[in-house]
Design a protein around this ligand. Structure first.
Ligand code: BGC
Length: 340
């Protein structure tokens, strides 16, 4: 039986080292060399496992059953109304008060020649968990390749019709956690459209809008700070970026969603996914009150999360992708973070 504090490490032949714990499958360290071979830990987190267990439970964690917000925690499926637990004002966020980020996953080594090293994380979420219908059986592979890819491969099935949207909630700072903010990081998104939010704590309006002419336009690479400091009303609402982007050409196959780079260290990360969306979140709620790695306070915009996903509140938006999973079907989601 895996314990919350158990630590697991994946290594490849190029000095990349990924560390996670049993609770939430939380990625607590991703060490990546730069061009000169200098190693930095590129995920925001705490100084040790005890601090991670006591701290922000979303850092690097697996989120579910439904990552992101469901407005009012309500949805209808096959004519039945469901009311999920609410934990974010009147809304449901990242699976509720006891989301998958706070569960201890069962972790075992996983053998596959694709990977230099891999682990399989498993969880059974009982029927009625956080008021979701159906018993959901989930497995997630964390695999590290010799091509410097951290592959996160999700599968799940259910005993009753339900909704699902799993993601990973790591915040990246490619210069290194604790070295300042990501304002100078360059972000490029394969997204001509995004889903605007309303004033009511980040819930999507249901509109699918063009990024062109707004701060949300990352089609041509630009500094994250350019968007965060703009007076775009969407940015002002959440003091940064906390938006879902619509990945161009979604067809269920793996596609480049994002490219993030830090000009100073030269580290770059590409994000590939087979999902229709990616939530970009610049950590606007960090306020320096928590101590992170190297003893540095975790400040506003200290890192950026790139959460591949189905769109927020899809179960209530007819024009958004389908998030329903039925018995006999398999939910599949792959996310690849590739470092160079
Ligand atoms: C959401 C933010 C939320 C944060 C909590 C992100 O995925 O987009 O709105 O505050 O999770 O850690």
């Amino acid at each position: 039986m895996t314990k919350a504090s158990d630590v697991f490490t994946l290594k490849n032949g190029n000095n990349i080292e990924v560390t996670f714990i049993g609770r939430g499958g939380q990625l607590i360290g991703i060490k990546v060399p730069d061009a000169k071979g200098e190693i930095a830990d590129v995920v925001i987190g705490y100084e040790n496992v005890d601090a991670a267990l006591a701290g922000d439970g979303y850092f690097g964690a697996l989120c579910g059953r439904y990552a992101n917000r469901i407005v009012g925690g309500k949805f209808e499926l096959d004519g039945t109304q469901y009311q999920l637990d609410v934990n974010n004002g009147p809304n449901h966020l990242h699976g509720g008060n006891d989301g998958f980020n706070s569960r201890v996953w069962d972790v075992e080594p996983y053998a596959d020649s694709k990977y230099a090293q891999a682990y399989k994380l498993s969880l059974v979420s009982p029927d009625g968990d956080q008021k979701y219908p159906g018993e959901l059986t989930v497995s997630v592979i964390y695999g590290l390749t010799d091509d410097n890819e951290l592959v996160i491969d999700y599968t799940a099935d259910t005993t009753k019709p339900t909704i699902i949207n799993l993601t990973s909630h790591a915040y990246f700072n490619l210069k290194g956690a604790g070295t300042g903010t990501v304002e100078n990081h360059i972000l490029e998104l394969n997204a001509d459209k995004y889903t605007p939010i309303s004033a009511e704590i980040g819930t999507v309006t249901g509109e699918i809008a063009e990024v062109k002419g707004t701060a949300m336009d990352f089609v041509d690479a630009k500094k994250i700070g350019d968007a965060c400091h703009s007076d775009c009303p969407q940015v002002k609402l959440v003091d940064g970026i906390d938006h879902n982007f619509v990945i161009n050409g979604y067809d269920g196959n793996l596609k480049l969603a994002a490219r993030l780079s830090d000009p100073e260290s030269g580290r770059e990360m590409q994000v590939f996914t087979d999902q229709p969306g990616v939530q970009i979140y610049t950590g606007s709620h960090f306020d320096g009150s928590e101590t992170g790695k190297s003893g540095a306070p975790i400040e506003k915009w200290a890192g950026v999360a790139l959460e591949t996903q189905i769109f927020p509140d899809s179960p209530n938006k007819e024009n958004f992708p389908n998030a329903v999973l039925r018995p006999g079907e398999v939910y599949k989601h792959t996310c690849v973070y590739k470092f160079s």
